[in-house]
Design a protein around this ligand. Structure first.
Ligand code: 5AD
Ligand code: SF4
Length: 445
């Protein structure tokens, strides 16, 4: 299965190219030398990754053409918003404001000129009536379809080590959990996991993740990234925690192009309390530096920390946006029995859905992830999340034998499913919802 379809280069302006997908233009950065108009390429996450031969491209595209338009049609049907549903209460007037903005301007907006005030957003986040929540999700889904069409980003993640020197209160792989068997994949194991994901299953972007493992030094990680990039044209996201600002630069030079790093919480008091010895400022400095280096940023937070409020959630959304997140990852805290939060009440599913919907309403241009933690909370979370504004999912490409040990929280979704099973399930759901398992939306303006 392939997670990117080939596009045809239509225009080249310095290092930004316009790639056409069945007539739908998207922009992407290109680092490929000698690219010409008319060439076929694979692009992912806003980067042109690989040139492919016209024969191969045309063959793949002929298989996709019908499905491409069928999926679009289905998605457009499912995300329609009946104007009669939006009536005349205060709540409805807010939704009208959001949807009218698109119709009035006919153009894309960003959070800087978001139509809703903070109070209005807070009001939406605190809706309780079943029907109101449903309509909120539908509005978010409508905006998702309007601004991002039906593309759904499918990343693969490989968890290369569960060793960690930190002691975040919420996390099951914290250093002081002495009941956990630790593992670190060898370079060969990492390369064969990459090989399986890329060559067998067609992934074009992979997240490499670990705890803050002191053995995974920057020189080691650099070598690893060189090796992967030398073998495959794949978009690599790094997620190794705070590797230092220079570390970020070095791994970028080695070929990494994305950073997955949550700031965990926008509340600096919580941050200090729950990540002992650490400061939010340092985290944010990493995220800012990464953006300056040119990394694509995936960031966000945990919701459900003790004493958090809807205000905190809104701050989280706004902080993620201000950090230039190309994808927002906000998921629920799942209490882990070996942590101080063992008895913390579980976040309710609607709170997560309202958060995803608010993130979509707040900035309709973002990609929004249905996190694995949300999927762990409920078996229908993925579907519900994708219908409440989200448009990205993450599959687990870690070798099966190691997965149970990456237990940041217990009974993680996909812990026991082979990559094959996860793909089958994902494709089935995306087809049902009219989404294309491609990464066509590109954040270059
Ligand atoms: N529940 C949900 N997410 C968690 N993380 C850590 N512990 C938990 C938990 N108990 C998340 C953090 C971290 C990511 C790797 O895992 O947000 O950034
Ligand atoms: Fe380590 Fe990250 Fe877990 Fe904190 S959240 S203990 S840094 S793996």
């Amino acid at each position: 299965m392939c997670y990117a379809i080939p596009g045809k280069v239509e225009k080249i302006e310095k290092n930004v190219v316009t790639v056409s997908y069945f007539g739908e233009p998207k922009k992407a950065y290109s680092e490929l030398p000698h690219l010409k108009i008319g060439d076929y390429v694979y692009a992912q996450g806003g980067y042109v990754l690989e040139l492919i031969s016209p024969t191969e491209a045309e063959l793949i595209l002929s298989g996709w053409k019908e499905t491409f338009f069928e999926l679009k049609k289905k998605d457009a049907q499912l995300s329609q918003l009946d104007p009669n549903q939006i009536k005349k209460t205060y709540f409805h007037s807010l939704l009208n404001k959001v949807t009218n903005q698109y119709h009035a301007e006919g153009a894309l907006v960003s959070h800087q000129n978001s139509v809703l005030t903070r109070e209005e957003k807070l009001f939406l986040l605190q809706l309780e009536h079943y029907k109101d929540k449903e309509l909120l999700y539908k509005t978010a889904n409508f905006l998702r379809q309007t601004y991002q069409q039906n593309s759904c980003c499918v990343h693969g993640i490989i968890e290369i080590s569960n060793d960690c020197g930190q002691n975040c209160f919420y996390c099951g792989i914290r250093a002081e959990n002495h009941h956990l068997k630790r593992y670190r994949l060898s370079t060969d194991e990492i390369l064969s996991a990459c090989q399986e994901a890329i060559e067998t299953y067609g992934f074009r972007s992979l997240v490499l993740q670990s705890g803050e493992d002191p053995a995974l030094t920057v020189p080691y990680l650099k070598e690893l990234i060189y090796k992967i990039k030398a073998r495959w044209p794949v978009l690599i996201f790094i997620s190794f925690g705070e590797i230092g600002l220079e570390g970020l630069e070095e791994l970028y030079q080695a070929g990494a192009r994305g950073l997955l790093m949550r700031f965990e919480t926008s509340n600096s008091r919580f941050y200090q309390r729950y990540r002992p010895g650490h400061f939010l400022e340092t985290r944010l400095a990493h995220l800012k530096k990464a953006y300056e280096c040119g990394y694509l940023i995936i960031t966000g937070s945990l919701i459900g920390l003790p004493d958090y409020t809807p205000d905190d959630i809104l701050n989280d959304i706004e902080l993620a946006e201000s950090l230039h997140a190309e994808m927002i990852s906000i998921g629920p805290l799942i209490p882990h029995p070996e942590t101080s939060f063992a008895n913390q009440p579980m976040v309710n599913e609607d709170m997560v859905l309202k958060t995803l919907a608010l993130a979509r309403i707040s900035d309709p241009n973002n990609k929004i992830l249905v996190t694995t933690s949300f999927e762990t909370l409920s078996p229908t979370a993925r579907q519900k999340g994708l219908l409440a504004g989200a448009n990205s999912v993450m599959l687990n490409a870690t070798p099966l034998a190691y997965r149970p040990f990456y237990s940041i929280y217990p009974k993680r979704a996909h812990e026991k499913e082979s990559l094959d099973q996860q793909i089958e399930e994902t494709i089935g759901l995306l087809k049902l919802l009219g989404r294309a398992p491609t990464d066509l939306s590109i954040g270059v303006t």
